[in-house]
Design a protein around this ligand. Sequence first.
Ligand code: HEC
Length: 108
Amino acid sequence: MRNTLYTLLAMAALAAPLSAKGGSELKGKFYFIKNCKTCHVEGKSGGVVTPLIKTQAQWKAYFKADKHAKGKEKLGAHTKLTPAQMEDVMTFLVAHASDSPQPMTCGG
Ligand code: HEC
């Protein structure tokens, strides 16, 4: 059991820099919480949005399409995120998508 835990920790440490390719997963998580979770928690206008509501391919397609709120506006419409920061958000969401090695239910 202990060994399994250490193996998992070692794998996570190895996986982190790899998944950051293209953008920063860590920064992306921060931006997601600060800029997206404001509307995307239970009871708020956007409803619950977490990394695992989509697969990795679906998140990439979603950011590429750049449409938000049922296609009404651009994805960054309510945020002041730069394109680079938006890529960080995507990197975070893709890294924890439903078919990722580490699916995540919440942004924090
Ligand atoms: C000002 C509030 C607000 C902010 C900020 C916001 N959203 Fe939304 N979001 C919404 C609303 C409203 C909807 C539409 C919900 C519905 O009609 O079911 C939505 C829908 C979504 C959906 C579901 C698919 C779609 O587009 O309809 C996703 C995924 C999403 N938002 C991601 C994000 C991400 C990522 C960010 C940060 C970059 C973000 N949202 C910031 C309000 C917000």
